[in-house]
Design a protein around this ligand. Structure first.
Ligand SMILES: [Zn+2]
Length: 304
């Protein structure tokens, strides 16, 4: 009898798991990122494209920050687009709306639009640098309205994380001539990213009663080029299906503009905050430089 009940429970859980699709899209910010201590920008683009293709990820999105886009930088964006990926707007100079007026901020977005709009596979999506929508409701609402006026929708994320800091730690070690354990770094990266995914999905399930179509924030950096194939495999092993950002932005949460200034942890956390969740419960423990410094020193840096 106990066995039978156990079997029924196990089967019910399996069916529930199968019925509840877990879907996630990958997005890469700040493209084209310049040469780093670890690799040249052009080599990074080729490595990232090859890894996406090998992993069977037909479409990701690149949120570009074109600044004074060089011919080689432009060629890199076109290479992503020609491989089927989406190019979108992440401002021209990566400003923080906290430090400027809404008008100046919108002008920077319009400059990026002028540079990016004619590229193949351009989508009028805007992602806020630092996920910051400013320090006042007036600015936030002025920019939201300005974006709508420009025909833009928000290229929000649902899963924030510190991939950029892990990337910086590896680059600092390289520049300082400190050898690292590559396998240990890969493991730390995958563990940190997967924890962030599950952390934000748990917030979503608590807040929305379901797992939305997620949007993962990554950067067009060395860790993405090195590990995106491993990350895709880890996601799939955990039951995730990788989808296009176009499909992710069809989720009902795409139409919600949360009425809060707690926006820099992504849309799911922002919605949770509007429903009373406390900020400290919406930030993953590894979104902390000191925590990652310690893990990197203990596990990745080779001891002299
Ligand atoms: Zn950025």
């Amino acid at each position: 009898m106990r066995f039978l009940i156990g079997l029924i429970v196990t089967t019910a859980l399996a069916l529930a798991g199968a019925a509840e699709a877990r879907e996630i899209a990958l997005t890469f910010d700040d493209a084209p990122i310049p040469d780093s201590a670890i690799m040249a920008g052009e080599a990074r683009t080729q490595k990232l494209l090859a890894a996406l293709k090998a992993a069977g990820i037909a479409q990701a999105a690149f949120f570009a920050t074109p600044r004074d886009l060089s011919p080689s930088g432009k060629a890199r964006l076109i290479a992503y687009a020609n491989a089927g990926h989406i190019i979108a707007n992440h401002s021209r100079t990566h400003p923080d709306l906290r430090n400027m007026t809404a008008d100046a901020y919108l002008a920077d977005i319009a400059e990026a639009d002028g540079i990016l709009r004619d590229l193949p596979n351009f989508h009028a999506w805007f992602r806020f640098p630092f996920l910051s929508e400013g320090d006042t409701r007036e600015k936030r609402d002025a920019v939201r309205q300005g974006l709508r006026g420009m025909g833009y929708s928000q290229g929000y994320v649902t899963i924030d994380n510190y991939d950029w800091y892990l990337n910086a730690l590896a680059n600092n070690a390289k520049r300082d001539g400190k050898p690292i354990d590559d396998a240990a770094f890969r493991e730390l990266y995958l563990e940190t990213l997967m924890q962030a995914v599950e952390f934000h999905d748990a917030i979503a399930v608590r807040t929305l009663g379901r797992s939305p179509r997620h949007v993962l924030l990554l950067h067009e950096n060395d860790t993405s080029a090195m590990f995106v194939g491993d990350l895709a495999a880890a996601l799939r092993k955990a039951g995730w299906t990788i989808i296009s950002p176009v499909d992710a932005y069809q989720d009902p949460i795409a139409t919600i503009e949360p009425d809060t200034l707690f926006l820099n942890q992504g849309r799911v956390a922002a919605i949770a905050h509007t429903k009373g969740a406390k900020p400290r419960d919406l930030v993953h423990e590894r979104e902390d430089e000191a925590v990652l410094d310690k893990l990197f020193a203990e596990r990745v840096l080779k001891q002299p």
